[in-house]
Structure formats: structure tokens, C-alpha cells
Design a protein around this ligand. Structure first.
Ligand SMILES: [Zn+2]
Ligand SMILES: [Zn+2]
Length: 260
């Protein structure tokens, strides 16, 4: 059994206390890192379990929580050291498309607070490409290039305990999700299908397209995410997908599932 927790399920600009920006916890991995994800990880006592962070793309709603998360982990480590504890620097590897390191380095030079983040944590940044297959938290991980307009977006196909989970980040459909096999699919559903042209134009998908993606990749369960529930009643999004793929769920933030 592996624990899957939806920490943030809102699209950019549609956040509130009910739904926050994109982040999913999966058994030691953090898939995207939207704003304020650290608060939710702390509430669930999961922050200390993180081994790697996999960022799909460099739109702010998918990595904007990274800085506060790193500072939080570093402060905890700093406090332990000041109290005299002998600790080993916690290791954390961050995978992202090219450009994240530049952003972090820029922040590092503008504020001293980041000096100790890099001192207190054993951080590693890895630029993702499609030929990079890697292992983290005992799982085999393969990046899949998606289609998010002009922005490079890598989904992550994660194999563990005899099943595969795919998280695609933001993407229009059709996409490379059709060329993979996954037991569990987490797919964005930013629009209702009546706005299919707007979805395509902005590099996003509709709930119906997410369901079609689940059928194509042979999934047994579909999780919808990245929803704009301020405008669209979320029950309509879920119903739209269920008409094509019955085993669909639109999780609430903080809702968890045990996968096997
Ligand atoms: Zn987004
Ligand atoms: Zn995006």
C-alpha cells in the first residue's frame, strides 16, 4: 500500500481555503509544490518524509511553495543544531525542467535567509529530460513530455509495488498520456468540455478529455485535479468525466487514498 494525498487541487487563480495550488504527496515524493504546501504537509506530519520533489513545469502555481518549504525544513534543522543535537543534513532532491536552478540562485543572492537553507539541507537539483529515468523513494520514475503550449511540462510515470501512477501536471489532450500504461491517472481538468477550444488554446484539458486519457492509458482509476471550482460547479466536472470513465473521483484538498 502506498499513500496518496491531494494537498492542492486548484488551478492558478482559483485558490481559496478549500482548494489550494497544485501539490500531491505520494509515499515520500511531492508532485508539484504549489503555494503554502508546507502548511498542509506539516498538518499531516509528512514534511519529514520527503525524499524528492518532482516539479512538472515552471508556472508559479506548480512550484511557488518551494521556497517556504525549503526554509521551513532548514529552520527545523537549524533549531536542532542550536539545541546541540548531532544531525546529518537531510537529503532532498528536486527534479524540474530547466530554469528552476536559475530562479533559486537569483533568490539566494537577493536574501541572506537562503544561505542557511543551502547550508542546512543537502539539496540536489536535477534538470529533467525524457531520457532521464531515475529512482527515488524505492520507485522507478520516468518523465513524459506533455503538451502545455509554449511551456515545457514533464509528467512523471511512477512504478512501485507492482502498479503505475501517472501525474501529468498541466496539459492539453491529446498528449503523450496516450502512449503510456498507468493503473492510476492524475489528470488536470481545468475546463468543462463546452470550453474545449479555450482549453486547447491555453494548453489545458477538459474533464471529458481527462476521462478519455484514462481510457487510452488503461487506468483503473482517474483522479481529477487543477480545477476552477469558483466558476464551474465541481459536481458537473466530475459527472462529465464519469460519463466517459466511471471510476473517476475529484478529490478534495487533504483527501488521501491507499493505492495497491
Ligand atoms: Zn497550473
Ligand atoms: Zn501551467
Amino acid at each position: 500500500m502506498a499513500k496518496l494525498v491531494f494537498l492542492g487541487t486548484a488551478a492558478a487563480g482559483f485558490v481559496g481555503s478549500k482548494r489550494q495550488q497544485s501539490a500531491v504527496y505520494f509515499d515520500g515524493l511531492l508532485l508539484d509544490c504549489g503555494a503554502d504546501v508546507i502548511g498542509r504537509l506539516e498538518d499531516l506530519k509528512l514534511a519529514g518524509n520527503l525524499v524528492a520533489i518532482l516539479i512538472t513545469h515552471l508556472h508559479y502555481d506548480h512550484y511557488g511553495g518551494l521556497f517556504s518549504l525549503l526554509v521551513n525544513l532548514a529552520i527545523k534543522e537549524d533549531v536542532k543544531i542550536k539545541m546541540g543535537a548531532k544531525t546529518k543534513k537531510p537529503k532532498l532532491t528536486i527534479y524540474a525542467p530547466g530554469g528552476l536552478n536559475t530562479i533559486l540562485e537569483a533568490i539566494k543572492v537577493t536574501g541572506k535567509v537562503y544561505d542557511f537553507v543551502f547550508d542546512r539541507l543537502d539539496l540536489k537539483f536535477i534538470e529533467v529530460n525524457t531520457s532521464l529515468n531515475f529512482e527515488e523513494a524505492g520507485k522507478k520514475i520516468k518523465p513524459i513530455l506533455m503538451d502545455h503550449g509554449k511551456t515545457v511540462d514533464f509528467g512523471y510515470l511512477i512504478e512501485t509495488n507492482g502498479f503505475k501512477l501517472f501525474y501529468g501536471g498541466d496539459s492539453s489532450f491529446p498528449s503523450n498520456v496516450q502512449n503510456i500504461r498507468a493503473d492510476y491517472l492524475i489528470h488536470e481538468a481545468t475546463f468543462q468540455n463546452k470550453y474545449i477550444d479555450a482549453a486547447k488554446a491555453s494548453g489545458h484539458s477538459t474533464a471529458k478529455q481527462a476521462a478519455e486519457a484514462a481510457t487510452k492509458c488503461g487506468a483503473k482509476k482517474l483522479f481529477l485535479t487543477h480545477v476552477t471550482n469558483v466558476i464551474v460547479p465541481e459536481s458537473e466536472l466530475e459527472l462529465e468525466a464519469k460519463r466517459v470513465f466511471a471510476n473517476t473521483v475529484l478529490p478534495n484538498d487533504m483527501q488521501s487514498f491507499e493505492l495497491d
